[in-house]
Write a protein that binds this ligand. Sequence first.
Ligand code: 3UK
Length: 502
Amino acid sequence: MAQLNSGGKFNVVTELLGKQSSLHGDKVAIYCGDTTVTYRELEQNVNRFANVLKDLGVKPKDRVMIVAPDSPGSVYAFLGSIKYGAWPAPVNTMLTEDDYVYLLQDSQARLLVTTTDSVASPVKTDSLCGKLYLDNGFDSLLKSASEEADSCLVEPDDIAFWLYSSGSTGRPKGTPHKQISMLFTADTYAKTVLNISDEDVCFSVSKLFFAYGLGNSISFPLRFGASTVLLPERPTPELVLETLFKFRPSVFFGVPTQYNSLLKKMNGENLDFIRICASAGEALPPEIYRRWKEKTGLEILDGIGSTEALHIFISNRSGDTRPGTSGRIVTGYEAKIVNDDNREVSPGETGHLIIRGISITPGYWNRPEENEKKILPDGWFRTGDVYSQEDGYFTYQGRGDDMLKSGGLWVSPMEIEHALLEHEAVNECAVVGHEREGLVKPFAYVVLNEGWGNRPDNHLDKKLLDFLSDKLPKFKRPWGINLVNELPKTATGKIQRFKLRS
Ligand code: 3UK
C-alpha cells in the first residue's frame, strides 16, 4: 500500500515516473491515435513542462487550469505542474464560456492550458497571467526547454492537484487532492480489485478531467508500468469500438450508458482481448450487466467512487459479482450506513453512506458550509448517497435528495428504473416523486428505443405499467408514466432528477 520509506518529502510524479522510466524507458506509456509516447519520453516532456512553468513565472501552489481533450500534451501539463509544485486543475471541456469564467475566478488560476478551438480560450480574468495552447506552438515551446527538472519536494499530505466536483445542483466545487492519493487509489482499487500490472493496456471512456478517468488513464497505468490509450474525441460507441479493436486494451473502463450504447452497436464482435471491464459513475442496471455478459462473455465490475474520494471505494470483484449491487468495500477504505443521527443502522436497513480513507479530499476550496456538512469527525465523509448493506454487499438506493417515501415506505427510484429497463421498448428512464393530494408518489419518465415511439397502437405507458405489476410490489409501482424524448442530464451524463421534479 502507498507508503513512503523515509516518512519524508517526495513528489508523486517522481514516484510514478522516475521508477518506470528507468525500468521500462522504451516501453509505451501512452497510445493516442497514431502517436506513441514511451516512458522515457513522457518523463522528459513532463520535465520540459515543469521548466516552461518556471520560465513563465508560475509559482508552486499556483493553479494551472487545463481545458483540453485527452492527449499526451494534457498529460505533460498535468504531471509537469505537479512535479513543479503547481496545482493543475483539469476541468470539463464541454462547458460554456460563463462556466469557465466562474472556474478560473473560483480557482484564481494563473495559467490556462487549452486548445485554440476551446470555448475557454478567449476568457480573461484578473488572476490569469498567461495561456498555453496545446495545438499552437506547444511542441516547439517544450522542445526549447530542458528535459531535466528537479521535483518540488513536499509532504505526502500536501496538495497535488484539484478537480471540480459538479454536484447535481449549485456551482462546481474546487476539490483539492493530496499527493499520496494518486498512489493510494492505485494501490487499493487498481491493485486489489483490478490487479493491474505492466502487462496491461488501460482504456477509459471517461476523460482525464473526471476523477474516474484520471485514475484509469494516468494513476493506474503509470503506477504499475502499464500502457494507457487516450481518445481525444467524444467517445461515440462507433469510435470506442474502433479504439478497442485498434489497441486491444486488457482493461476497459466504462459507464453504464456507454455499455448500453455499445451493446446496441455490437454485432457478434469478439472482445476477448479484454481481461476486465469496470463501470462507475452511476449504478449499473442488472439488465445491462446481463446483456453484456451474454454478448461478450465478460463480467462488468460495478463500483462506486466520487470526485471527493478520488476513485472507487466500494466495488464488485471478478468471479464474485452481484449484479444490482456496488459490491464490497475496497481494501484500504471503510464504509458505514448511518441514520439521520449518524448512528449505524442494522444490516438490510437503508441509510446514508459515509466513508473513510486516505484519498478523500481534505475539504472543498473556500466552501466552509459544505465542508461542515460533509466532513464528519474522525475523517468520515458523507457521500450524499443512500445505501443498504447485507453480508458486506452494498446496494445503492439513490441520492439522498432523490429518495422517495411513498405510503411511509422508502421507495428507491433506481429499483423502479431497473425494472422498467428490462422492457425491450425502454431506452432510458428516470423516476421521481410528484405530490398527489399532499403525498409524494413515484412517476416515471421514459425515453423509448428507436422505432417504438412512433407505433400508432402502442399505449406503451399502459403496457409498461402492466409489465411492472409482475415485477414490483404495489407501493413501488409508478402512478404514471410519461413518455419523453430525452432526460435532463449534467455535463457528466448524470440524470438531473431534480429538474423532472419541478
Ligand atoms: C454516483 C454511483 C451508484 C454516486 C466517480 C468512479 O462518479 C464519480 O464521481 P462523481 O463525483 O459522482 C459521485 C456520485 O456518483 N455514483 C458513482 N458511481 C456509482 N452510484 N453506483 C455506482 N457505481 O451518487 C456518487 O456519490 O462524478 C466514479 C471513480 C471516480 C469518480 N469520481
